[in-house]
Design a protein around this ligand. Structure first.
Ligand code: G3H
Ligand code: ZN
Length: 289
């Protein structure tokens, strides 16, 4: 069934567990997240990013309707979240498209402007029944962030400037009224190797300082042991995107390397969807088991 991300995250937060959120690009991603959640017997969040909406011609409704329909038909509790929203127009389209929550990303702005823009997004979200996540500090590694392609995860993970300061985080949550906070603690977006090293002491300090659930972005690059420690230290929503694409593309590549004649995409989308479902189930068990 389709459930609210706010309640999934609040439940996980209250019981010291994590809940994983996976990025949906194609219909097969959504189906794989549902299959993986059913196999693991755990809830999950389907999230659609502003970048993914842009890929679908800037149209939110078709991809959101498909993901919501997959969630409704699933045996697992699945929520629908709009991820990394920078555009105020997209934010305003979210309630009608069926989203129960949104991550408003003003992390590229200086602190004061981030606070003002996020507080306004929170006012809009709450007036329309949506739970709102925001980011303080820079996780980095997204397209357009300006890092070099090669080794960008490593660069971010070790750059002291991108860490979230606990006192600033507490002030930010109070000033904006956000329901969850994405923090920079050593992970970086779009890593294809699981080599990130998290700052566990900082996660503990943030957990003490911040009253709302904490969100880890860029979790594809974080090894299982680091993820378990992060959840134990107080990280609640664990965002995974690239790992599904690594599984998808790896399966397609392996299939096509063996078969130069296939034209029906279902032949290679089937193993791709299965590979993503396995990755989903594995992350869910690490984070929420
Ligand atoms: O918001 C989405 C996540 O932070 C995904 O990051 O693609 O590096 O796993 P990732
Ligand atoms: Zn992210």
């Amino acid at each position: 069934p389709l459930v609210g991300s706010g309640e999934l995250v609040a439940d996980a937060h209250a019981s010291g567990r994590g809940v994983a959120a996976f990025n949906v690009i194609t219909l097969e991603h959504a189906e794989a997240i549902a299959a993986g959640a059913e196999a693991a017997g755990l809830p999950a969040i389907l999230q659609i990013s502003e970048n993914a909406v842009r890929f679908h011609g800037g149209r939110l409704a078709p991809v959101a309707a498909a993901a919501a329909a997959v969630a409704r038909a699933s045996g697992a509790p699945l929520a629908l979240h709009l991820d990394h929203v920078e555009s105020p127009e997209l934010l305003r389209a979210a309630p009608e498209a069926g989203f129960g929550s949104v991550m408003f990303d003003a992390s590229k702005l200086p602190y004061g402007r981030n606070v003002a823009a996020t507080a306004e997004a929170v006012r809009f979200g709450h007036a329309h029944g949506m739970w709102v996540e925001a980011e303080l500090g820079r996780v980095g590694g997204k397209p357009g962030d300006g890092e070099p392609e090669e080794g960008r995860g490593t660069l971010d993970a070790h750059a002291p400037g991108v860490r979230t300061d606990p006192a600033e985080a507490a002030a930010y949550v109070a000033a904006t009224g956000v329901d969850a906070l994405a923090v920079a603690v050593g992970s970086s977006h779009a890593m294809t190797e699981r080599t990130a090293v998290l700052d566990h002491a900082l996660i503990g300090e943030l957990r003490e300082a911040v009253p709302v659930p904490l969100v880890l972005h860029g979790s594809s690059g974080v090894p299982d042991g680091e993820l378990r420690r992060a959840v134990a230290a107080g990280m609640t929503k664990i965002n995974v995107g690239t790992a599904l694409n690594t599984a998808f593309t790896g399966a397609v590549r392996a299939f096509l390397a063996q078969d130069a004649r296939t034209v029906d995409p279902r032949r290679y989308l089937l193993p791709a969807r299965e590979a993503m479902a396995q990755a989903v189930a594995a992350f869910l068990k690490v984070v929420g088991g």
